[in-house]
Design a protein around this ligand. Structure first.
Ligand SMILES: CC(C)(COP(=O)(O)OP(=O)(O)OC[C@H]1O[C@@H](n2cnc3c(N)ncnc32)[C@H](O)[C@@H]1OP(=O)(O)O)[C@@H](O)C(=O)NCCC(=O)NCCS
Length: 174
């Protein structure tokens, strides 16, 4: 576990940092199927919507007070039968991967989801993202299958893995 990292809820003033991390680690790669870089205003609205709907956004802060990662969850699908299931996202800043920051963020996010009375957390992960698949397995997510060619980015088809973690056991990383 990284000793100098702390977690806190995101503030509106974090929008620029979150936007930069997502553009670098998600939009510029196949980790996210977003095709165009997001603006700071769009990320601010995303933060405001999570706040309105009571969904947490956690940020990881280093010793220089820089945001080095974030994790959040949102509804999985709109229909009310899915009310107790959420879909999460997690991004660590470039140059800070594999330092334990993602594990810190997700362990706390899973704990908050459990305390909120939710039942399942879904990760929709690009099937070629080996680091993310290993990361989620370490967190107790189970891969329930791959949907072939449901995404298209950088001129090629992308397969997506459907990962689920039920929330009725403790959030300790396995
Ligand atoms: C995927 C991501 C969130 C993981 O967070 P992280 O802080 O880098 O990962 P951690 O250091 O907490 O790693 C925890 C465990 O995950 C696995 N893991 C993490 N990175 C890995 C890699 N590059 N290769 C293989 N396993 C990896 C390991 O099991 C690791 O445990 P270990 O340190 O004992 O080996 C982060 O690397 C990231 O943001 N990547 C780019 C964007 C992305 O893919 N986001 C996820 C979208 S679904």
């Amino acid at each position: 576990m990284p000793g100098t990292i702390r977690l806190r809820p995101a503030a509106g003033s974090d929008a620029a940092a979150l936007s930069a991390i997502h553009n670098a680690q998600g939009v510029a790669t196949t980790a996210s199927y977003e095709l165009r870089p997001g603006t700071v205003a769009q990320r601010a609205e995303w933060l405001a919507r999570h706040r309105r709907e009571g969904f947490p956004v956690l940020v990881a802060i280093d010793e220089d007070d820089q945001v080095v990662g974030f994790a959040a969850y949102d509804r999985f699908r709109e229909l009310p039968g899915y009310d107790l299931t959420v879909e999460h996202s997690v991004y660590v800043a470039p140059g800070h991967e594999h330092e334990g920051i993602g594990l810190m963020l997700m362990t706390e996010l899973i704990d908050q989801a459990r305390r909120a009375g939710l039942h399942a957390m879904v990760g929709v992960v690009d099937a070629g993202n080996r680091a993310s698949l290993a990361f989620h397995e370490r967190l107790g997510f189970t891969n329930h299958g791959v949907l072939p060619q449901v995404g298209r980015k950088f001129g090629r088809w992308l397969d997506v893995a459907m990962l689920v973690r039920l929330l009725d056991d403790p959030p300790t990383a396995r």
